[in-house]
Design a protein around this ligand. Structure first.
Ligand SMILES: [Zn+2]
Length: 66
């Protein structure tokens, strides 16, 4: 198995990570029903609407993080 000859320097490691380990902030769109900021492709947390129809009734439903 190939083994690296030299340890990657802090500089080289940081340059690599700066280029493709970027964390992009969560994009938000306005809900088509109530106008609340919503994560795209997810039902609205405030009114429970998705794609023009109601998907869930209440504000608090299990199975979601944060
Ligand atoms: Zn909504």
């Amino acid at each position: 198995m190939a083994v690296p000859k030299r340890r990657t320097s802090r500089s080289k490691r940081n340059i690599r990570r700066a280029n493709h380990d970027k964390v992009t902030p969560v994009q938000l769109i306005a809900c088509s029903n109530c106008g609340e900021p919503v994560v795209p492709h997810r039902a609205c947390a405030a009114c429970g609407h998705y794609k023009g129809r109601e998907v869930k009734a209440s504000r608090k439903t299990g199975g979601e993080k944060s």
